[in-house]
Design a protein around this ligand. Sequence first.
Ligand SMILES: NC(=O)c1ccc[n+]([C@@H]2O[C@H](COP(=O)([O-])OP(=O)(O)OC[C@H]3O[C@@H](n4cnc5c(N)ncnc54)[C@H](OP(=O)(O)O)[C@@H]3O)[C@@H](O)[C@H]2O)c1
Length: 279
Amino acid sequence: MTILVTGARGNIGGRLLTLLAEGGHRVRGSARNTSALRLPEGAEPAELDVTDPRGAEQALRGVETMFLYPTRGETGAFLRIAAEARVRHVVLLSSPAAYEAGEYDRPIGLVHRAVERALEESGLRHTVLYPSWLATNARRDWAGEIRATGRVGIAHPDAQVNPVHIDDVAEVAARLLTEEAHRGRRQVLTGPRSMRLREVVAALGETVGAPVEVEELTVEQALGRRDPRMPEPVLRTLLEVTASAVGVPAPVTNTVERITGHPAREFAEWASANRADFR
Ligand SMILES: NC(=O)c1ccc[n+]([C@@H]2O[C@H](COP(=O)([O-])OP(=O)(O)OC[C@H]3O[C@@H](n4cnc5c(N)ncnc54)[C@H](OP(=O)(O)O)[C@@H]3O)[C@@H](O)[C@H]2O)c1
């Protein structure tokens, strides 16, 4: 039987596919456009947009379990086909934005809640993952500026987050896709500690081998520097959430250790493995 990993080009999906292939599992990795898809040895490609059921039957043939990315748009038709194809378990990557005050009724929360609802309505058995602040946010939000200037502008740098290593998220997903234990629950995944954003930057500086200066931005400055790929309402929500996390320790859970058997990885470990992106 095959495990389908949707979003095989994604940070978490790609890592998950590699872990499963290394573990000797039969895996299929999908992307909306497979031309740029690089798969580990033995993995099969599939072209699939989960909001367009046309590629679904082929992508789901012989699939026993599936990793699902939360995507904008209607996923109900695809999930109904998955139920008809007798997929036995789905692991959904969701976000605490689906339930946190100040987020659940805003754009990011609504996207995640819509996919969760579609999954519930499909009748498919599933487990939902809620990772905290992904360590890869540091690359997405700061790497370009740090490489160019050695500094980084951040609004509310004393806000606290709990960076979770994507290898831990992928490892938890791999366990849930291949073993019965821990399935069927909502799993809140965090790293081992709450850190202020300026501490996360300091950890990056140590890894890069040169301190990275934090420039504290006002909200208006942060909005003025918005990456055009980030819609303004989404950035506004993120800035509000960040403001509310100043002086508030981000929760720590034992989910990673409980499911994988090892403690959650430190942010510094992710930074060290990805230091080239910040130089
Ligand atoms: N940032 C955070 O702190 C945080 C916290 C909690 C949860 N999350 C969740 O984690 C996600 C980021 O994870 P990541 O870094 O691994 O993602 P990523 O690298 O941005 O990859 C996203 C994947 O989603 C796939 N995808 C998007 N739309 C699709 C569609 N319609 N049909 C099929 N596949 C589709 C993409 O596939 P293609 O190759 O087809 O483009 C891509 O592989 C966020 O979007 C959020 O939902 C984030």
